[in-house]
Design a protein. Structure first.
Length: 419
C-alpha cells in the first residue's frame, strides 16, 4: 500500500505539522508513505516538492490577487493552475490524502484529475466553505455561501458563491472520504452543503509522545528563565495575540476576573507565538513572552514549565497545543463547542468552560490551580490521555484501518486501478 499526502507545507504551521505527523506515523507502522508539498523545509527524502520556490511564491501571490479588494486574508480561492496531477501520476499512490492545500498550491479543479480514492483531512473549514478558512459564526456554508461577511459582501453572487460553485461542480463525482480531527469539525462538515452526502470519519491528530513528555518543571523554568515560586498560566498559538479566533481577548477578560478574586500575587502569564509588544498590555499580571517556538523541544519545555495551559479559541478544528500540553503532563482549560472540547475531559485533565464565558474560563483556571493534590492528579491523567488517544502509533492504526476500508470498497476509476 502506497499513500501520498499533499500539503502546502511540511512543517510550517500547525496544519503542516499535523500532516507530517500522519506521514511519519504511517512510515513507522511500515506503510510506504510520501509527501508532496509546495514549500519543503525538512531534509526527509520522502518529502518532495512539485515545483520550484519561485513558481510557488508566484502562485501564492496570484492567488491573493482575487482578494485585492477585500480585507480578509484567511480566504483562498485556489484558482491558479498547477501540475500536481502529473506529479501524483508519477508517484502512483493507492490513496491521496489531501491536507492543507491553500496558499494557492492546489487548484480546486485538480482534485478531479487525481483519479484515485481521496481523503480530505480537515485542517480547517476551507474545504466545505466558499473560501474562508473558518466561518467565524457564519452558517452560509450550509447552503451555497454568498453574502460573505468576511469579504464584507452584500451580494449573493460574490466571490464566495463562485468558489462554492467551482467546488460543487468539480468535486461531485469524487471517490472522497473526509477525515475530521474532532467531533465538532465533523459536525460542521456533515452540515455543509458540499459534504453532507460524503462519508465523514473522525481521527484525532497525533503527536510523538516520546518527544512531548513531562520533564521536571523546575528545570524547564530554569531553561526559560521563568520564576520558580509562581503558578504559571501558559497561552500560545501562531500569531497568539493577534488572531482573534485564538481568543486572547477572552483570556484577558478572564485574567481580570482572577485579579478581582485575589489571584494577583499568585500567578504569572507565559505567552509563546508572540513577542513582547512595544506597548505592553496591562493584564494585571506579569507576562513573559517567549516569542515564536519553532521546534518540538522548545514547545515541550514551555508546556512542562507551566501549571496550566489555556486554549480559549472560539473556533478550532482540533487544537494541537492542547494535546501537546496534555502529553507533557500540563492540564488544559478550553471553551466548549470547538474541537478543543474533544481533547479536554472536564474535571479529569483540565476544565471545559461554557462557550465564550470569560467568568467560567477564570473559574476553570482557578479550579485547576487551587488544590495541589488535585493538580497532581490532573497532570497524571493528562499524560495518560495523550498516550492513550494521541500517540502517533494510535493515529497510524486508525488511518490504516480506514485505508483498507476505502480500498476494499473503491470502484475502479478510468485510467487507474489499485492492486
Amino acid at each position: 500500500m502506497k499513500i501520498l499526502h499533499v500539503s502546502s507545507f511540511d512543517l510550517s504551521g500547525g496544519a503542516a505539522r499535523s500532516a507530517y505527523r500522519i506521514h511519519r506515523g504511517l512510515q513507522e507502522a511500515g506503510i510506504t508513505s510520501q509527501m508532496l508539498v509546495q514549500f519543503k523545509s525538512v531534509t526527509d527524502q520522502s518529502v518532495t516538492t512539485s515545483e520550484g520556490k519561485l513558481l510557488a511564491r508566484v502562485r501564492s501571490f496570484c492567488n491573493d490577487l482575487t482578494l485585492s479588494n477585500h480585507s480578509q486574508s484567511m480566504f483562498s480561492s485556489q484558482w491558479f493552475p498547477d501540475a500536481v496531477a502529473s506529479k501524483v501520476d508519477g508517484i502512483d499512490p493507492d490513496i491521496v490524502n489531501i491536507n492543507w492545500i491553500c496558499n494557492g498550491y492546489l487548484q480546486i479543479e485538480t482534485l478531479s484529475k487525481l483519479k484515485r480514492p481521496l481523503i480530505f483531512t480537515l485542517q480547517d473549514m476551507w474545504s466545505f466553505t466558499g473560501g474562508c478558512h473558518y466561518s467565524l459564526g457564519c452558517d452560509r456554508y450550509t447552503i451555497s455561501c454568498g453574502n460573505c461577511p468576511q469579504l464584507q459582501s452584500h451580494r449573493e453572487a460574490d466571490l464566495s458563491r463562485s468558489v462554492w460553485h467551482r467546488k460543487a461542480k468539480s468535486w461531485k463525482n469524487l471517490d472522497l472520504t473526509v477525515v475530521a480531527p474532532s467531533e465538532w469539525m465533523a459536525t460542521c462538515a456533515r452540515a455543509s452543503s458540499l459534504f453532507r452526502d460524503v462519508r465523514v470519519e473522525v481521527i484525532p491528530f497525533g503527536l510523538d509522545t516520546s518527544v512531548f513528555k513531562p520533564i521536571d518543571p523546575r528545570i524547564a523554568r530554569e531553561l526559560l528563565n521563568l520564576p520558580q515560586a509562581k503558578q504559571l498560566v501558559l497561552f500560545g498559538a501562531i500569531d497568539a495575540t493577534g488572531d482573534t479566533r485564538k481568543g486572547f481577548h477572552l483570556l484577558q477578560q478572564a485574567l481580570h476576573h482572577l485579579l478581582e478574586k485575589g489571584w494577583g500575587d499568585r500567578i504569572e502569564l507565559v505567552v509563546f507565538g508572540a513577542s513582547k509588544p512595544d506597548k505592553p498590555l496591562d493584564l494585571g499580571f506579569p507576562v513573559h513572552y517567549l516569542g515564536k517556538l519553532q521546534d518540538d523541544l522548545s514547545l515541550q519545555i514551555a508546556y512542562a514549565a507551566a501549571d496550566v495551559m489555556i486554549a480559549p479559541s472560539i473556533e478550532e478544528a482540533f487544537g494541537q497545543t492542547a494535546s501537546e500540553s496534555l502529553a507533557c503532563g500540563t492540564p488544559v482549560v478550553v471553551f466548549a463547542n470547538t474541537g478543543l472540547a474533544d481533547i479536554v475531559d472536564c474535571h479529569q485533565n483540565g476544565y471545559v468552560a461554557k462557550y465564550c464565558d470569560t467568568a467560567d474560563l477564570a473559574r476553570g483556571i482557578a479550579w485547576v490551580l487551587e488544590n495541589s493534590e488535585r493538580h497532581q492528579r490532573l497532570r497524571q491523567a493528562a499524560r495518560e490521555k495523550a498516550v492513550r488517544e494521541y500517540a502517533m502509533q494510535v493515529q497510524a492504526h486508525r488511518y490504516l484501518s480506514l485505508f483498507h476500508k476505502i480500498l476494499d470498497s473503491s470502484q475502479p476509476i478510468a485510467g487507474w486501478s489499485h492492486s
